[in-house]
Write a protein that binds this ligand. Structure first.
Ligand SMILES: Nc1ncnc2c1ncn2[C@@H]1O[C@H](COP(=O)(O)OP(=O)(O)O)[C@@H](O)[C@H]1O
Ligand SMILES: [Mg+2]
Length: 272
């Protein structure tokens, strides 16, 4: 059984039309991601209660918040894995909440993502995992694909582990391969859900540095969900703190430090 997060990676079997990414209200000059008034409930539980956030091209936004505040839900809405109850999600100016599946799958090729619990395909080697999106979504020849996979794995320091199975890798190595796979289609937008969760502090620090490096090399708009303020400080241009369904505060770390909101100061104190 595949998790929905893994199925998303597969995309459409065959996309018939070529849905317009530009056009239909798209504006490639607009912010990479713009969220306005996003609401999402589960039953009677209001999880996101009017989220407004903007991420510009080349910018890294860290989304922080306690466990259960809706950080993963937020990313799933952006990738179209779930629909908001109301509100707007624009990707490069294009409203995605009304897109059909074909168009959404087309758009997803421009977004790289690494979900919290979606590990690699455990029956595929490292090489095959990273080749997967290339095989599915590009017309690369076998040798071209092999070169590209090597290049991607070398970018995350994993070029010597091509033939290994995911079960033979440490947690940090699995994240590295997941990052290489997320970057395979050269996405303009990168979404990472808790990329350092469950890793020891040293390995976490290495992944933080890697995210920063990839960000500089690929100049993507990134949203990185984390509960780790220390990580956020390493790689984020801006930080948004989610609390009780809203963005409690948003800004550079130094701006958050100046806040006199009690929850914000507590949050910063606890973790720094
Ligand atoms: N598919 C779902 N069905 C019901 N409740 C959900 C679903 N997905 C998330 N939730 C609830 O939404 C809240 C936020 O979840 P989540 O986004 O995973 O939090 P986190 O900030 O820890 O990533 C949690 O209370 C969770 O139980
Ligand atoms: Mg989560």
């Amino acid at each position: 059984m595949m998790r929905p997060e893994q199925e998303v990676l597969l995309g459409a079997e065959e996309s018939h039309a070529t849905p317009a990414i530009e056009g239909s209200g798209g504006d490639s000059d607009g912010p990479a991601v713009a969220l306005r008034g996003l609401h999402r409930s589960f039953g009677s539980q209001m999880v996101l209660d009017g989220i407004d956030l903007t991420v510009g091209s080349g910018e890294t936004l860290a989304v922080l918040g306690r466990s259960g505040t809706g950080k993963s839900v937020l990313l799933k809405l952006i990738i179209g894995l779930q629909k908001p109850d109301s509100g707007s999600i624009r990707i490069h100016g294009q409203e995605i909440t009304r897109l059909d599946l074909d168009a959404m799958n087309e758009l997803r090729k421009k977004m790289g993502f690494l979900f919290q619990h979606s590990a690699l395909y455990d029956s595929l080697t490292v090489e095959e995992n990273v080749a997967f999106p290339l095989r599915r979504h590009t017309k690369m020849t076998e040798p071209e694909r092999r070169d590209r996979v090597k290049e991607l794995l070398s970018g995350v320091g994993m070029e010597s582990d091509l033939k290994k199975m995911p079960s033979e890798l440490s947690g940090g190595m699995q994240k590295r391969v997941g990052l290489a796979r997320a970057l395979a289609l050269e996405p303009g937008i990168l979404l990472l859900d808790e990329p350092t969760a469950g890793l020891d502090p040293i390995t976490s620090g290495e992944i933080d540095e890697l995210i920063l490096k990839l960000q500089e090399e690929h100049n993507m708009a990134s949203i990185v969900v984390t509960h780790d303020l220390h990580s956020a400080k390493t790689f984020a241009d801006r930080i948004a703190l989610l609390h009780e369904g809203n963005v409690l505060i948003e800004g550079k770390f130094t701006e958050l430090e100046k806040s006199d909101n009690e929850f914000v100061s507590e949050f910063l104190k606890r973790d720094s």
